[in-house]
Design a protein around this ligand. Structure first.
Ligand SMILES: Cc1ncc(COP(=O)(O)O)c(C=O)c1O
Length: 367
């Protein structure tokens, strides 16, 4: 692709020296598991996210599963989750033994539909898992009172929202816990799999620390069944280097999004992404809607533009969840989005020239 969806090489160039220096140090002292860099990153990312505790884990899916388990979600429970998200949000629920209860999204921002959440809460509901999708946050000020009234926990999926805010408050600091992903293409991305749980709750923190380390707080003593899911030390070095640049990179994403908005203003038949009032959007993805999406996507890809789809099949229609018995038509907003959405290349280092080319190719593709 002439213009990739995400240019990780451009990002790497900015942190290369720092990463090499840090990696040399780790290779020199062979302190490969946890250690000083992981502890320092956990502290730095907790501060960045406005929470007391950050616990580094192996990936974002584990982060969500461990967060759910730590707040007591398990077999027989239900967790309300949007159908329009990456499968990992719902997979994390299933892996605890609980059942995901899907709800639709709002048609403008593609975020969890709060009205439907009300209807989805039942006797077995243990938690709500809002997903802060594409770089902007769900309506936490409406979800939290609902959860409180029902006596259920809120666990945020903050995988696509590092640095985003809702009415000035950072993503991951609203619920009893949050899980985030540092998959390489995320706003804060590692050089492999990595993730973290965020929480203000001391007990949840202790449980997640135990769960990530074989169910153990004290070496070789295992009062519960746990996992091996720790943030890798080499990844912590990368994440520290990138975290110190994240605010600037997010600001560059905002600039790029504004530029797309201006460039796309007069392009007919394109629906532009909208920011929900009160959100500090960090533009993890720039998701437009177009007619004949698959044809347009192919034309863009053929023209050297690395556009993508996030996501082509909503969770409720995935084979993995077939036993829930959903059919086409259950969540029409998510289903329609899956047919129309198209993610344009967006990353902090994208140039005006690249964006002009993307939009020119899009005009051509739309005919
Ligand atoms: C919304 C969402 N939730 C969860 C995840 C899972 O993260 P990971 O791939 O690190 O397991 C991702 C990213 O992949 C995501 O985009």
């Amino acid at each position: 692709m002439r213009i990739p969806l995400v240019d990780l090489a451009a990002q790497h160039r900015e942190v290369e020296d720092e990463v090499r220096q840090g990696w040399d140090e780790v290779l020199g002292n062979t302190s490969f598991i946890l250690g000083q860099h992981v502890a320092a990153f956990e502290e730095e990312f907790a501060r960045f996210s406005g929470v007391e505790h950050c616990i580094g884990v192996g990936n974002g899916t584990d982060a969500l599963e461990l967060a759910l388990r730590a707040v007591g979600v398990g077999p027989g429970d239900e967790v309300v989750v949007p159908a329009n998200t990456f499968i990992a949000s719902a997979l994390a629920v299933s892996r605890t033994g609980a059942r995901p209860v899907f709800v639709d999204s709002d048609p403008v921002h593609h975020l969890i539909d709060v009205e439907q959440v009300k209807g989805a809460i039942g006797d077995r509901t243990k938690a709500i898992l809002p997903v802060h999708l594409y770089g902007q946050m769900a309506e936490m000020e409406r979800l939290l009172p609902l959860a409180e009234e029902a006596g259920v926990a809120v666990v945020e999926d903050a995988a696509q929202c590092q640095g985003a805010t809702r009415n000035g408050q950072p993503a991951g600091s609203f619920g009893v816990a949050a899980g985030t992903s540092f998959y390489p293409g995320k706003n804060l991305g590692a050089y492999g799999d990595a993730g973290a749980v965020l929480t203000n709750d001391d007990e949840v923190c202790t449980r997640v620390r135990s769960l990530r380390a074989y169910g153990s707080e004290q070496k070789y003593h295992h009062p519960e069944l746990g996992f091996n899911s720790r943030l890798d030390t080499l990844q912590a070095v990368v994440l520290r280097a990138k975290l110190s640049r994240l605010a600037r990179w997010n600001a560059q994403r905002v600039e790029a999004a504004l530029r797309y908005e201006a460039l796309l203003e007069d392009v007919e038949r394109v629906v532009l992404p909208q920011t929900l009032a009160g959100n500090g959007h960090v533009w993890h993805l720039y998701v437009i809607r177009v007619p004949e999406r698959d044809r347009v996507l192919k034309a863009l890809n053929d023209g050297g533009v690395g556009a993508g789809i996030h996501y082509p099949v909503p969770c409720h229609l995935q084979g993995a969840f077939s036993e829930l018995g959903h059919v086409n038509g259950d969540f029409p907003v998510a289903e329609r989005a899956a047919e129309e959405i198209l993610s344009l290349p967006l990353f902090p280092q994208i140039t005006e020239e690249q964006q002009v080319t993307v939009v020119a190719e899009l005009r051509k593709a739309l005919g």
